[in-house]
Design a protein around this ligand. Structure first.
Ligand SMILES: O=P(O)(O)O[C@@H]1C[C@H](O)[C@@H](CO)O1
Length: 293
């Protein structure tokens, strides 16, 4: 387990939030996290104000190709937003509290709803490359070994010691995503399922993919879950989607080999539809009191 001072404590998060609020007029209520090759969403923000992670106090640096490493403030369909154009992963070597620090900073800036995207391998044999999966639940494999971002002393200013996770993914937002996807004509490639997180950076073996599939996983990746745990702990509601960028290899006769280039290539091909789905959802939230921001 990481040292308790390794990132994410209240004072550190407060300093970062205050620094950002002093440098932007935007008061975000929506936080967005972009997955591998999916940073184009940040480019949709109106009147953008961009901060490189390297200029933000206490922020780690992005080290992964396809993660630009900047925080963008602006409005999307009239909603004040903050968007992480690139996220941090366990395998980059940061303590788990550090990779989730932006969620606490979001909370302290006033964010109420977090929308996350990721690239993932498809464990479900019905899934195709290019499918978009609404995440309805997760399996936190590093968590089974005690690697949970909430391990260590609990700070009640963020949330309770034992937060519930059976409602981790907001059901109203999932329903809205289904409705919007149907209207946009995306039904053919819209799925829902369970996302399994591993630490990475190595992709999974065939035996691991088979096991995760049998355990109920529909997609496998290396992110999102830690952010969702910290966001839920702090009371923000979460909606997350995986873009299935490759099919998980389940068969010893297969010639397929997972690789990051394919991940980025598929992200590029489907990113526009993901952006449209998110922006239309944001637009609709205005007209539905149950989904007010
Ligand atoms: O940030 P995400 O989860 O989209 O990134 C995925 C997992 C690895 O970082 C990388 C593998 O290609 O893409």
């Amino acid at each position: 387990m990481s040292d308790i001072n390794s990132g994410g404590n209240y004072e550190e998060c407060r300093n970062t939030a205050d620094w950002l609020l002093n440098h932007t007029q935007v008061r975000p209520t929506v936080g967005i996290v972009c997955g591998s090759g999916l940073g184009g969403l940040a480019g949709m923000l109106k009147d953008p104000q961009v901060f490189k992670y390297s200029d933000i106090p206490n922020f780690p640096r992005s080290t992964v190709h396809g993660h630009a490493g900047q925080l963008v403030f602006g409005t999307l369909k009239g909603k004040p937003c903050v968007c992480m154009q690139g996220r941090f992963h366990l395998y980059e070597g940061y303590p788990i509290q550090k990779i989730t620090l932006p969620m606490r900073v979001f909370k302290l800036m006033g964010v109420e709803t977090v929308i996350l995207t990721n690239a993932a391998g498809g464990l479900n044999q019905d899934f195709k490359v290019g499918d978009i999966m609404i995440i309805k639940d997760h399996v936190n494999m590093p968590g089974f070994a005690g690697n949970n971002p909430l391990a260590g002393p609990n700070d009640d200013r963020f949330g309770v010691r034992f937060p519930c996770m059976s409602d981790a993914y907001d059901r109203e937002l999932q329903q809205l995503a289904h409705e919007v996807a149907t209207e946009l004509g995306y039904s053919d490639f819209l799925r829902e399922g369970v996302y399994c997180v591993l630490g990475g950076p190595s992709f999974e073996t065939i035996a691991e993919c088979r096991m995760l599939h049998r355990l109920g996983g529909d997609a496998v990746g290396m992110s999102t879950v830690h952010e969702v745990i910290v966001a839920r702990h702090a009371g923000m509601r979460c909606f997350a989607m995986s873009l299935i960028t490759n099919r998980s290899v389940m068969d010893y006769d297969s010639q397929e080999r997972a690789n990051h280039e394919e991940v980025l290539e598929t992200s590029g091909q489907r990113s526009k539809q993901m952006e449209k789905l998110v922006t239309t959802m944001l637009d609709r939230l205005d007209n539905n009191k149950n989904n007010s921001f």
